[in-house]
Design a protein around this ligand. Structure first.
Ligand code: AMP
Ligand code: ZN
Length: 137
């Protein structure tokens, strides 16, 4: 994808601070870290969104994210890690090349997700949504 910023990073056409690279994936530091040490794991080949990405690529992305999470804990002293993956504008995705955010978290780091749990109207509403999901599986 010629106009994809992450493809350009893969091709080394624009700079990035690379943490890890192999035949399949590239890991580099997020330029706008939620918490310092925030890394992105991407496949070298362009895929998007997650539902269009082959299973073997998903496996590799998340196995790599697991390694990066361990590195953040062992190497940066993180107390926890957020692993996130956004799909579509509605989700807040800005770069349409599949990527996994691996964000180190430290006790008292001061970051709070704007996590605002809603309530279902009743049990039936929740069950109906679960039913719709089940039918697709
Ligand atoms: P998302 O909102 O899930 O699409 O996340 C895109 C992420 O890519 C953001 O966290 C950005 O800070 C990050 N990002 C965008 N451009 C670059 C770049 N050139 N180098 C490193 N990270 C980038
Ligand atoms: Zn791309």
């Amino acid at each position: 994808m010629s106009d994809c910023i992450f493809c350009k990073i893969v091709e080394k056409e624009i700079p990035a601070t690379i943490v890890h690279e192999d035949d399949d994936v590239l890991v580099f530091m997020d330029i706008g870290p939620i918490i310092k040490g925030h890394a992105l794991v991407i496949p070298k080949k362009h895929y998007d969104p997650v539902t269009e990405t082959p299973d073997h690529v998903i496996n590799k992305l998340f196995l790599t994210a697991k390694k990066i999470a361990a590195a953040q804990m062992n190497g940066l002293g993180a107390d926890g890690v957020n692993i996130m993956q956004n799909n579509g504008k509605a989700s807040g995705q800005e770069v349409p090349h599949i990527h996994v955010h691996v964000i180190p978290r430290f006790d008292g780091d001061g970051h709070h997700w704007n996590w605002n749990p809603k309530k279902y109207d009743d049990f039936d509403e929740m069950a109906e949504l679960a039913h719709k999901l089940r039918k697709q599986l």
